[in-house]
Design a protein around this ligand. Structure first.
Ligand SMILES: [Zn+2]
Length: 150
């Protein structure tokens, strides 16, 4: 099956399966199955960022780009790590149109209560993720959004 034959299936109001999952999963697994593999909190957080700042970009393989591991990540990926929140459908690497990763961090950290209520627990530091925003819902036990070093 080619990507042209893949139907565009929505995961949430503004995000489709191919933006959150790699090609092989979209080609081989049903939409129903995939829906159960992404943490709903990740989608709610992504929708909130879109609402606050603008269009959010994750994977672009569907449009011929090279990115397919920025949402759900399987061991086919060179970036796979069993402890990564990406391996559990609980993380997203994204960019926001016209906004630097620093601006996105500032927006989120300036509204911590709102984003924590949606389930956000962690952002990767800008030192380690300088050109994208990594966010996840991994348990920390902290009462604030934890900006972690890789
Ligand atoms: Zn990441």
């Amino acid at each position: 099956m080619t990507s042209n034959e893949l139907r565009i299936v929505k995961l949430s109001e503004n995000f489709c399966y191919h933006e959150l999952f790699p090609r092989h999963m979209c080609e081989n697994l049903s939409a129903f199955y995939l829906k159960g593999m992404i943490d709903q909190r990740i989608l709610n957080i992504a929708e909130q960022i879109r609402s606050d700042l603008g269009s959010v970009f994750v994977n672009n393989w569907y449009w011929g780009g090279a990115m397919q591991w920025r949402g759900y990540r399987t061991f086919d990926s060179a970036y796979y790590s069993s402890g990564s929140a990406h391996s559990w459908g609980q993380a997203l690497d994204c960019n926001v149109r016209g906004r630097s990763p620093q601006e996105v961090h500032e927006c989120i950290l300036g509204q911590q209560d709102k984003y924590m209520a949606l389930g956000l627990t962690r952002l990767e530091s800008l030192e380690d993720a300088p050109t994208w925003v990594h966010l996840d819902v991994k348990y920390t036990g902290f009462d604030h959004i934890h900006v972690f070093r890789a």
